[in-house]
Design a binder for this molecule. Sequence first.
Ligand SMILES: NC(=O)C1=CN([C@@H]2O[C@H](COP(=O)(O)OP(=O)(O)OC[C@H]3O[C@@H](n4cnc5c(N)ncnc54)[C@H](OP(=O)(O)O)[C@@H]3O)[C@@H](O)[C@H]2O)C=CC1
Ligand SMILES: CC(C)CCC[C@@H](C)[C@H]1CC[C@H]2[C@@H]3C(=O)C=C4C[C@@H](O)CC[C@]4(C)[C@H]3CC[C@]12C
Length: 294
Amino acid sequence: MALLTKLIVAVIGLLLAFYFYSGNDAFDPSTLKEKRVIVTGASSGIGEQMAYHLAKMGSHILITARTEDRLKKVVEKCVELGAASAHYIPGSMDNMTFAKQVVHEAEGLFGGLDMLILNHIGFTYFNYFDGNVDHVRDLLEINVLSYATMTVAALPMLKKSGGNVVVVSSFVGKVGAPFTVPYSTTKFALDGFFSSLRMEFKQQNTNVSITLCVISYIDTDSAVNTVAGVIQQPAAPKEECAFEIIKGGALRQREVYYQYQATKIPLLLRDWAPEFLEYIMLKNYDVTKLKPQQ
Ligand SMILES: NC(=O)C1=CN([C@@H]2O[C@H](COP(=O)(O)OP(=O)(O)OC[C@H]3O[C@@H](n4cnc5c(N)ncnc54)[C@H](OP(=O)(O)O)[C@@H]3O)[C@@H](O)[C@H]2O)C=CC1
Ligand SMILES: CC(C)CCC[C@@H](C)[C@H]1CC[C@H]2[C@@H]3C(=O)C=C4C[C@@H](O)CC[C@]4(C)[C@H]3CC[C@]12C
């Protein structure tokens, strides 16, 4: 019995060591120098911060979102920060022709592509599901189908460069959570699409990495304004989050967990103690602070 206990402790210790130390490979930001990168949803939030990190690393950057004046300002700052070059293309990702156009623009500007960072999301509400399935469909177009469309369009260039696809998902792309029904649906769909595609790439020896990023609550203006007061967990910094996403993509990691303790650790409970995880998550919500449905 004592031997069994020791064995269990040893196995748990090994598992913990594996979880904490795997993926902590050394990252050299200079590997991004002169690399050709697309960042979607880069007019604000995490996408904007990724553009600034890439600029400091000396990359060629093409950013996109709908709001042209904001994109222009981000590009100007990228140039100041040391980007090899910085460009923008405004448009909406509910239009698949535009999604392809962004990739073709990169081909025209850079003659190839090394990293495709898919980060944009369409607007959604943070409240009880209102029964509107049309909204779920519209959000799937913006949050998922445009990601698939851009990946397909970029694949020939990424195969040539041995490049990376980086997909920004969420903790709620792995576990369901209240007030995120349409949004969580789209993030789960990304996991199905990109995790399956990653395995096909392995079978076919396709030298393109796919990094799915599982992100916890981040202090972007839109997130903080949306969940204000309801979520008790503190928001993590967008600058660090953006850096960890780029790092994971450059290191060709299959998944990035940020913040680790707010994503990977609770996810250990998902398949083994789902009701306990639900209990912890519900404790984290203050429903009395919920804004009225808009
Ligand atoms: N913040 C958080 O707590 C968390 C965020 N994430 C993920 O991180 C990523 C970034 O989130 P965050 O920085 O908070 O979001 P923001 O709201 O700050 O940024 C969203 C970006 O997407 C653009 N966008 C919105 N609608 C469209 C559209 N129809 N077509 C094209 N672009 C559009 C916005 O610009 P514009 O309006 O000009 O088009 C903006 O650049 C998302 O994938 C999100 O799911 C994951 C977990 C937590
Ligand atoms: C272990 C648990 C305590 C963790 C619970 C964390 C939950 C509540 C966290 C994790 C991811 C978070 C959401 C997210 O991914 C992105 C967005 C989009 C943004 O525009 C509006 C806010 C929203 C819905 C976040 C809301 C809060 C979420 C659900």
